[in-house]
Design a protein around this ligand. Structure first.
Ligand SMILES: Cc1cc2nc3c(=O)[nH]c(=O)nc-3n(C[C@H](O)[C@H](O)[C@H](O)COP(=O)(O)OP(=O)(O)OC[C@H]3O[C@@H](n4cnc5c(N)ncnc54)[C@H](O)[C@@H]3O)c2cc1C
Length: 309
């Protein structure tokens, strides 16, 4: 079985920056395990501007930002196409890669697995299971990575920053959303976003509006919503269910470390309840910018380096 000083699970901005900084601090036996075929994390499929190294000059698109990060980490031991499946009782990790199942152990393990949007099932939305219903991440991957147009007139559910980013992706793919809906009375993004959505994209945001069901036979035909006690049917051919991020907790949900609302419980030095396991980046439960996750990665590198000296 392979053994390393440090194994980082997740090759997004947090994990890659941690590996880069550990290397700069003289810690060389570091492996990054990334399940996708290419490292870079979520920015790989965010085709809009707003990304900057260390949060400075945020004029890069997500893919350009991810490419820059990958260039910086050239030469480091980054293993893509490698998914960590679970922690074993003996404290090792079980991995799946092109060469099959294997085990790996490490003196220190860092979870940098990010977050994902809550599923339709978790939000208890009724109706049929139909193609054309997806979260922001899948929508972005289809548009920016696979160059597909999954629908023409979707309804966007949610009012977080990420919900509004769908307007940019829609524009890129020549898709015209019917409207945005949110259960809240206030937006979960700056209130001027609503004005921007209307003026710049011709899309109105319906507040205090709950999605009841998604209707259709072989494809989405409409959604039923409820607002102020009134039920209404809105014609559309797709639904983007956005936001309500949860930590990517599949790996540790079996109780290997303590967690709260799916995020690992950590100290202010990123240590989880298991002393040799740390967590950094969005897996901690807050959706921060990629630049902020880089800064956390850098901070954790300094902490680990000083512990190892
Ligand atoms: C739609 C959207 C728009 C955004 N726009 C901006 C923006 O304009 N500017 C900005 O700065 N930030 C933006 N962000 C936020 C930014 O993308 C995140 O803050 C950043 O990507 C988080 O970095 P991370 O390394 O913590 O996690 P991620 O980027 O999520 O990376 C985690 C990595 O871990 C891998 N992984 C997960 N589980 C496993 C496993 N079991 N085994 C192996 N690998 C695994 C994943 O494949 C992934 O590559 C946006 C986010 C979203 C969702």
């Amino acid at each position: 079985m392979e053994h390393h000083d440090i194994v980082i699970i997740g090759g997004g901005p947090a994990g890659l920056t941690l590996a880069l900084e550990l290397n700069a601090l003289g810690i060389k036996d570091v492996v990054v395990l990334e399940r996708e075929q290419e490292a870079g994390g979520i920015p790989r499929h965010c085709g809009h501007l707003g990304f900057g190294i260390d949060n400075k000059n945020r004029f890069l698109t997500g893919p350009k930002f991810a490419t820059k990060l990958r260039e910086l980490t050239n030469g480091l031991d980054i293993r893509t196409g490698t998914t960590v499946l679970e922690f074993t009782l003996r404290g090792t990790m079980r991995l799946h890669s092109g060469s099959g199942i294997s085990e790996m152990s490490a003196r220190r393990i860092v979870l940098a697995t990010g977050t994902r949007e809550s599923s339709r099932a978790a939000r208890l939305i009724g109706g049929n299971r139909l193609p054309g219903v997806m979260n922001t991440g899948t929508f972005q991957q289809l548009v920016y990575l696979k160059h597909q147009k999954p629908f023409s007139n979707p309804v966007i559910v949610g009012s977080e920053w990420v919900s509004f980013s769908n307007l940019l992706t829609c524009r890129h793919a020549k898709i015209k959303p019917v409207c945005m809906i949110t259960e809240s009375t206030n937006l979960n993004a700056p209130s001027y976003f609503s004005l921007g959505a209307r003026l710049a994209f011709g899309v109105s945001v319906k507040r205090s509006t709950k999605l009841l069901s998604i209707n259709g036979h072989i494809k989405v035909e409409s959604v039923d919503v409820e607002s102020g006690g009134q039920k209404q049917t809105i014609a559309c051919d797709g639904v983007i269910i956005s936001g309500k991020f949860r930590s990517e907790n599949g790996l540790y949900s079996s109780g290997v470390i303590e967690q709260e609302n799916t995020a690992p419980l950590t100290t202010d030095t990123y240590r989880t309840s298991k002393p040799n396991i740390y967590a950094v980046g969005n897996v901690l439960g807050h959706l921060e910018t990629a630049g902020a996750c880089m800064l956390h990665g850098r901070k954790l590198a300094t902490i680990i380096a000083s512990e190892l000296r």
